[in-house]
Design a protein around this ligand. Sequence first.
Ligand code: 13P
Ligand code: SF4
Length: 312
Amino acid sequence: TEKIKDLKERILELKKVKNAVILAHYYQENDIQDIADYVGDSLGLSQEATKVDADIILFAGVHFMAETAKILNPSKKVILPDLNAGCSLAESCPPDLFKNFIDQHPDHTVITYVNCSAEVKALTDIVVTSANAVKIVESIPKDKPIIFAPDKNLGKYVMSKTGREMLLWDGSCVVHEAFSLDKLIALYKQHPDAQIIAHPESETHILETASYIGSTSGMIEYVKTNPNNKFIVATEFGILHKMQEEVPNKTLIPAPAKEDNTCACSECGYMKMNTLQKVYDCLANESPEVHVAEDIIQKALVPIERMLELSK
Ligand code: 13P
Ligand code: SF4
């Protein structure tokens, strides 16, 4: 309310004074999305990070996203409201274990989903996001075997779309694995006029119910352009903010999570570690700052640039 409005104004003021830009992911809380200069999916955020003029990038998202912005802007200060904002996918793939895995399959092209640490990117041939994974895997010559990490659900989805076998790392997103198929079917029975749309980090049985599968930006684009008026949305709850702004007259229903989930819908606890107050403090203190070692920046930049090139 008044306090939030005041905090938002102070953030916008400070942003000008400090010559900072705020890049935010769709899973951030609504108030943070409202004060951001750009809100997007992982690909859009990486592309936006290549165009920054400002001195400071405040990244309202999770750690691997801020690292990617740093790798693309090594001379700029990149700050993250809460350094503990991690990701279950990134955590599932420790760089030393991943290196052993790659060493056991030296003939494989290493493709990693952007949801991984900078160290893992440094071991990678090409980075992908949910928006371009199918296209990039299709660009790899058919005779080249592929390692795909860390998301096994996205990996399985890409395998089904491309018909390619890939060696999958056993990682997953806690948020997208929390959807309940039984509850989703029950909800759909109450709303048979709805279309189910899902993020490819979801499990196969959820994806099989979906009329559209894509990245967060892809899902927003789909509800805007599809003539249907009702959608059940299987991804993190935060997306509904911008999505509803885009289609004010359509009905959007969040897909239900399993009984034992902390939230009736699915919320990413890591994304929600960032709060409006922490955004303000972070900008005021120019801290916490995201650091990536020089040699890792150099190595990780190569597969990120390949991805950006292949996404044009
Ligand atoms: P996208 O916004 O790129 O679809 O990614 C979703 C996600 O889980 C980011 O952590
Ligand atoms: Fe990671 Fe899943 Fe949260 Fe995205 S929603 S940041 S993949 S834990």
